[in-house]
Design a protein around this ligand. Structure first.
Ligand code: SF4
Length: 63
C-alpha cells in the first residue's frame, strides 16, 4: 500500500524505501540530515541519514 507523502519533505531519491514513488516526496514524518565532512561547505557535503535502500533497487523487486 502506498504511504502518504509528507509535503514538507520534497525528495527525488526514488531508490530510497522511504520515497513516495508516485510523487517526489518522502513518506516519513521527519528525517535526519547530517554530513560526512568535518567542515561542510557545499550541498554535496550533506546527506539524508534516513535513507534506506529500496528492495527494488537491490534487484529484489516483485512489483
Ligand atoms: S528518507 Fe531521505 S532520501 Fe529517503 S525519501 Fe526520505 S528524504 Fe528522501
Amino acid at each position: 500500500m502506498e504511504k502518504k507523502p509528507n509535503h514538507s519533505i520534497h525528495c527525488t531519491v526514488k531508490s530510497c524505501a522511504n520515497h513516495n514513488k508516485t510523487s517526489d516526496y518522502c513518506v516519513l514524518d521527519k528525517i535526519n540530515v547530517g554530513t560526512h565532512e568535518c567542515n561542510p561547505t557545499v550541498c554535496q557535503c550533506v546527506d539524508c541519514e534516513s535513507f534506506v535502500l529500496d528492495n527494488c533497487s537491490k534487484g529484489n523487486c516483485e512489483r
